[in-house]
Design a protein around this ligand. Structure first.
Ligand code: SF4
Ligand code: SF4
Length: 340
């Protein structure tokens, strides 16, 4: 099983969403050094470490001045690129959408909001909600106009039972079916129909019973979808309550299915370790394979398979704020990762 590599090419973000750890990141804001990026890709290619790189962990990848060179390089080295982006920078900088559609296999657009009011949670003044929606439509239209094979998902965050830090009563996250229906009716349904007509695509109208905001997933036509997902506490690190009972046991797919490389080259097991609490080595001067073969790395990886959590950060991640969710969180980790 080859792990996906999450490469954080920058810690900067042009938005400041209340439900994301990015605004309160404890690490320095920086851009990954170009040479480090190329070194990582060269090694991935030479050692056949993975087939897929994510341009994602924290930060907004399109802010990196060399992002298109990075995409081209990874693409030319035969890697699939998954770009997770709020894409708003395309609007501010009038970036070339076609370059993204040429190199990227899967584009996950972090729309997250569902109307003007909820868009305020992203705390940006550089683009309005309507301009943002138009930009997303423009990306989709450009995909079909240029016959690009990229898969595009538009992701919206939905309210869930968890209360994260910064949670407030008037938090504007998608919370009911009516809000979802309005989003679809006002902004997307006619657009999807028009695109289907213009480019002669098989079109699937959204079904009434599908308009359920909880885990909505709708694919109007091939390779374009819109979906919702629960807001999380990022492994209890953003839990409103500081009282987390640490897990005793737990399985995890980190190091088996994913590895993170932070912008300074630190290697971490997963994208939930956004502050670099479990640094397994730094790949600036040490080969990535040497880090992956180290005792510390292998012990952690083997532990995740056997249900043993060695690091306090992992015990917190799989723990709970009361005995019931503590129990279910651990049990669910075994169920979810039964294939590890
Ligand atoms: S959710 Fe995305 S856009 Fe918002 S602060 Fe986090 S990284 Fe930036
Ligand atoms: S258990 Fe540890 S490695 Fe796994 S997701 Fe949580 S913090 Fe990451």
């Amino acid at each position: 099983m080859k792990p996906n590599i999450f490469i954080e090419i920058t810690t900067h973000c042009n938005m400041s969403c209340s439900f994301c750890p990015s605004p309160t990141l404890e690490r320095p804001r920086l851009f990954m050094d170009d040479n480090l990026f190329y070194k990582i890709i060269d090694e991935i290619k030479k050692e056949k470490i993975t087939d897929t790189v994510y341009f994602h962990l924290m930060g907004e990848p399109l802010l990196h001045p060399s992002v298109f060179d990075f995409m081209e390089y990874a693409f030319n080295n035969g890697l699939k690129i998954i770009l997770v982006s709020n894409i708003s920078f395309i609007h501010t900088r009038k970036m070339e959408i076609k370059a993204i559609l040429q190199y990227v296999t899967y584009l996950s657009i972090s729309l997250q909001s569902f109307n003007e009011e909820s868009f305020k949670e992203k705390k940006t003044k550089k683009i309005s909600f309507n301009e943002y929606i138009d930009l997303i439509k423009d990306v989709i239209e450009t995909k079909y106009a240029n016959n690009s094979k990229v898969r595009i998902n538009i992701q919206i965050i939905q309210n869930s039972k968890v209360k994260f830090k910064n949670y407030k009563k008037d938090i504007r996250l998608l919370s009911n079916n009516l809000e979802l229906r309005l989003l679809m009716d006002l902004y997307f349904t006619n657009f999807f129909k028009a695109i289907a007509n213009k480019y002669q695509l098989d079109y699937e109208p959204v079904k009434e019973q599908k308009l359920n905001y909880k885990n909505f997933h709708y694919q109007p036509f091939d390779n374009v979808s819109i979906s919702t997902r629960d807001v999380t506490t990022w492994g209890n690190t953003m839990n409103e309550s500081n009282k987390v009972i640490p897990a005793i046991i737990g399985k995890c797919d980190a190091l088996h299915k994913q590895i993170g490389i932070l912008a300074n080259g630190d290697v971490v097991p997963c994208c939930l370790d956004y502050n670099g609490s479990i640094v397994l080595g730094n790949c600036q001067n040490v080969p990535l394979t040497e880090i992956m073969n180290s005792n510390q790395y292998q012990r952690l990886k083997e532990g995740f398979k056997k249900g043993r959590l060695y690091h306090p950060y992992c015990k917190k991640c799989k723990g709970g704020t009361n005995l019931i969710n503590w129990f279910f969180s651990q049990a669910y980790s075994f169920y979810k990762n039964r294939d590890i």
